[in-house]
Design a protein around this ligand. Structure first.
Ligand code: GDP
Ligand code: IMO
Ligand code: MG
Length: 429
């Protein structure tokens, strides 16, 4: 029937996994379209809390095919670990259920080593990447020297290309970074096994997507990272190396815009960012810690992939409106509204001032953003526990006013609100 794009509308970690898991019930295919195992998406079903890095949220819906799209960079070592873990929770990710596009790129050990070496060389100016090799893998793709997933189908060709990757990396590691070389013999054996394991999962995901659309099925495209980490439209250079926005859905899955009927932006009721880069509403006081949590709860703001404490701050509607524009959001899902319970008053950023002048919107240059001073609208808080609310009218008046402010400022309707990490705690507005 159509493609539903579901993507992060802030700096990542908005609760995409949680919402995708809920919406996957309506889908035939759930496909990741960008990034790799830099993502960490949390799914909570009853007592089970699972973090996915490469596998889309459809894993826990037996009817759903999980697909890894052409725009991804896939670390087979991480994928093996993740499949084993999810299968131990009952996911059954056999080759009929988990499909890897032949055109996706492989993220190989050399990419991980070069990411780490590059970041330490940058020192204080480092991006703060997840050190999963994302930048180097996309660099190889753009330079047309990367290995595509399809290469694992042929044992000999793959072995040769893999060896060339290790040799190329070793030249760079020793010459540019004075780092030790990778152990090619051990890696070749490991990767021959991984290739044999995942070859049966290879598929033409674009063809599967079109076949599903022709049969009238729904395809859910699950984004990783967030709009403000987009390679083109995010806060460059403090971004990831892929297209996190709606454009990324089209190029990765090979579908035209007419197929995308809904573009759902997931936004947290406040903001977080992990890694370096401008963040106008960032707080450095007790409120920052209050929003982050102590780490005692699984939903506290500590990286799902790296466990780094996330930077936190007030909701930034100027940035959210920018995300709505560059994605063509048709709706917004607000998550973690429950975290704001008990905070009085609440602040929402509704304008930026740059060198004494009010900006018309979100600046295109991240250096300007770094100098923007946020102006806040104050809103009353609420004190009731909202975790059991299952409709908008079940929320306190102040919580409804908070949602209303998001809708009226961005011009995009809020379609769902989440008041807790459990599947059942998401309701339609
Ligand atoms: P993602 O990368 O966008 O999938 O988000 P993460 O999984 O990295 O981080 C979001 C965290 O918030 C996870 O621990 C979720 O379980 C949790 N979460 C999502 N929605 C809600 C919510 O409405 N309330 C609470 N308390 N936690 C939530
Ligand atoms: P999910 O899908 C939050 C950030 C890193 C760093 C920058 C570049 O869970 O929302 P990279 O490793 O991609 O080269 O790092 O992007 N980053 C994320 N931040 N959530 C993510 O994924 C992220 N993936 C990457 O912290 O600032
Ligand atoms: Mg995450």
């Amino acid at each position: 029937m159509s493609v539903i794009a579901l993507l992060g509308a802030q700096w990542g970690d908005e609760g995409k996994g949680h919402i995708a898991d809920k919406l996957a019930a309506q889908a035939f295919i759930v496909a990741r379209y960008n990034g790799g195992d830099n993502a960490g998406h949390t799914i909570t079903v009853g007592d089970m809390v699972v973090r996915t890095h490469l596998i889309p949220a459809g894993a826990f819906h037996s009817r759903v095919t999980c697909a890894l799209g052409a725009g991804m960079v896939i670390n087979l070592r991480s994928l093996a670990r993740e499949v084993d873990e999810l299968n131990s929770h009952g996911a059954d990710l056999n080759p009929d259920r988990l499909k890897i596009d032949v055109a996706a790129h492989l993220l190989l050990p050399g990419h991980v080593a070069l990411d780490g070496a590059g970041e330490s060389q940058l020192g204080a100016t480092a991006i703060g990447t997840t050190q999963r090799g994302i930048g180097p893998a996309y660099t190889d793709k753009a330079a047309r020297v990367g290995l595509r997933a399809g290469s694992i189908a042929d044992v000999e060709t793959f072995a040769e290309a893999f060896r060339a990757h290790v040799e190329r990396t070793n030249v760079r590691l020793t010459r540019d970074f004075a780092r030790p070389m990778l152990d090619s013999i051990a890696l070749e054996a490991e990767y021959a096994n991984l290739a044999a394991r995942f070859a049966p999962h290879l598929a033409d995901v674009t063809a599967l997507v079109h076949a599903a659309l022709e049969r009238g099925e729904t395809v859910l495209a699950e984004g990783a990272q967030g709009a403000l980490l987009d390679l083109d439209h995010g806060t460059y250079p403090f971004v990831t190396s892929s297209s996190t926005t709606t454009g990324g859905v089209l190029t990765s899955l090979g579908v035209g815009p007419k197929h995308v009927t809904r573009v759902i932006g997931v936004a947290k009721a406040f903001c977080s960012r992990v890694g370096a880069g401008p963040f106008p509403t960032e707080l450095h006081d007790a409120m920052s810690e209050r929003l982050r949590g102590t780490g005692a709860n699984p939903w506290d703001e500590f990286g799902s992939t790296t466990r780094r404490p996330r930077r936190t701050g007030w909701l930034d509607l100027v940035a959210l409106k920018h995300a709505a524009r560059i994605n063509g959001l048709s709706e917004i899902v607000v998550t973690k509204l429950d975290i704001l319970t008990g905070i009085e008053p609440l602040h929402i950023c509704t304008a930026y001032t740059y060198r004494g002048k009010q900006m018309a919107g979100f600046p295109g240059d991240s250096a300007w953003l770094g100098e923007c001073v946020p102006s806040y609208t104050e809103l009353p808080g609420w004190h009731e526990d909202i975790g059991a609310a299952r409709r908008l009218s079940g929320l306190p008046r102040a919580a409804r006013a908070y949602i209303e402010q998001i809708q009226s400022f961005t011009g995009v309707p809020v379609s769902h609100v989440s008041v807790g990490p459990e599947r059942s705690q998401i309701f339609e507005v």
